[in-house]
Design a protein around this ligand. Structure first.
Ligand SMILES: Cc1cc2nc3c(=O)[nH]c(=O)nc-3n(C[C@H](O)[C@H](O)[C@H](O)COP(=O)(O)OP(=O)(O)OC[C@H]3O[C@@H](n4cnc5c(N)ncnc54)[C@H](O)[C@@H]3O)c2cc1C
Length: 398
């Protein structure tokens, strides 16, 4: 399988992980990313699970140690704390979660792929899989054929339209308001509670969490970090289109970028922060000038493979964020692909084995993430300190 020609559609974390692993295995890999410029994170943090940084761990280096400079760009928080409306800690456990920024992970992976194999400005418009190959069509009219096409093109996947047509993407009834504030811009008393803890507050059919991520220049030093908040808030379907229309009147389905949320919605967020949140959390949310919004959707394709085209990461199944495992799952799909292909003599048999294993993983973790979201946002049964809320792809912390 080592001489396979592989085309990867989508050059984010999932596509890059698969591409780097298959390239290092000896495959002839090319990545096609629709964005015309190197990707930029949405200024937010991600939780680092073992699978997220497995590539760097196996290299014997740390995440972001590119260019020969060993530099720590992920940070560890010792505690997992729940506070109440008064700002008093009501539950605390030692969990040792690691966090980094999306940009850091993206750049670290991109450095591992020869630049001539990563093509920006290539938007796939379709894929035609057959028993022996798959052909990708691009906007502008070009086509390219490969032994295997990996669809890593996210929740709105074009490749999925061919592999699993008609897969529904369903709005979950709530959105995540997100934003970051520099640690040094908070009062010392407030900054202190976030210094070594990921902090949650459970609200009426809602919850908010805050954790530190690397600050400007990827600094992980105390005082130079950023604090990232995620506040899950129910938004009825009838009100959704209005919320997700930007200040210029442009619809932004799915994600409303920083700086574009209509003022009246930011004002409502601030009023609710003042009325409902612990003082430390309210100060943080009020200090964030440009919050942004990510809507929560359920989408799990019933199959990940048709002929020689497959789906990985968010293109295959998008998880609700409560398990903090979307990135880890995208990486896991790439690792499993490498493991099934390495040494295989029958490509289709290897892909069938890969599909069965990754479908089972996605099904399990998607169901868990949905149950968590429903406990918080619908049933209102989320309780501070519930160990089931620990992050993980295969199990808590893993
Ligand atoms: C720019 C960006 C910033 C992000 N920032 C964060 C963050 O700060 N925190 C966080 O928790 N998660 C973030 N995510 C989401 C997170 O990376 C993913 O949910 C998860 O890692 C799964 O990754 P994925 O590679 O499967 O899908 P995605 O990360 O969604 O990547 C899909 C990629 O495919 C490309 N693409 C889509 N359609 C086509 C097409 N037709 N042709 C070619 N390319 C196409 C997209 O431009 C994108 O780069 C971000 C994603 C992106 C794209």
């Amino acid at each position: 399988m080592n001489s396979l020609r592989v085309g990867v559609v989508g050059g984010s974390i999932g596509g890059l992980t698969a591409a780097v692993l298959l390239h290092e295995m000896g495959c002839d890999v090319e990545v096609f990313e629709r964005s015309g410029a190197a990707l930029q994170g949405r200024g937010a943090g991600i939780v680092v699970l073992p699978m997220t940084e497995r590539y760097f761990t196996e290299l014997g280096t740390s995440l972001g140690a590119g260019g020969g400079t060993a530099r720590e760009v992920a940070l560890t928080l010792t505690y997992w704390s729940y506070i109440d409306r008064d700002g008093t800690i009501v539950d605390e456990a030692a969990t040792h979660n690691r966090f980094t920024s999306w940009n850091t992970l993206y750049r670290a992976l991109l450095e591992r792929l020869p630049p001539e194999r990563y093509h920006l400005g290539y938007r796939a418009t379709g894929v035609a899989p057959s028993a022996e190959s798959a052909t990708v069509e691009f906007a502008g009219g070009g086509t390219r054929s490969f032994n295997l096409v990996v669809g890593a093109d996210g929740i709105g996947s074009t490749v999925r339209e061919e592999v699993a047509p008609g897969t529904p993407t369903t709005y979950a009834g709530y959105v995540a308001w997100r934003g970051t504030v520099l640690e040094r811009d908070l009062s010392p008393g407030t900054a202190e509670i976030f210094a070594d803890a990921m902090v949650y507050q459970v609200l009426e059919r809602s919850h908010i969490l805050v954790y530190a991520i690397p600050g400007p220049g990827d600094s992980v030093r105390a005082g130079e970090r950023a604090l990232n908040f995620v506040w899950y808030r129910n938004v009825a379907s009838e009100a959704y289109d209005d919320l997700m229309t930007d200040r210029e009147g442009v619809p932004r389905p799915g994600t409303m970028p920083p700086g574009l949320v209509q003022d009246r919605f930011v004002e409502a967020l601030h009023a609710d922060a003042y009325a409902q949140l612990a003082p430390q959390l309210a100060e943080l949310v009020l200090a964030c000038g440009e919050p942004f919004i990510q809507a929560i959707f359920d989408m799990s394709a019933p199959r990940f493979r048709r002929g020689r085209a497959i789906l990985i990461g968010d293109a295959a199944a998008a998880l609700r964020p409560h398990v903090a495992a979307g990135t880890a799952k995208a990486c896991a799909d790439g690792w499993a692909l490498r493991d099934f292909l390495a040494g295989a003599v029958d490509l289709d048999g290897a892909l069938a084995g890969w599909e069965a294993q990754q479908l089972a993983l996605a099904g399990r973790i998607a169901a868990k993430s949905r149950a968590m979201g429903e406990a918080s946002q619908t049933a209102g049964t989320m309780v501070p300190g519930d160990p089931d809320w620990r992050f993980g792809l295969f199990g808590p912390g893993n």
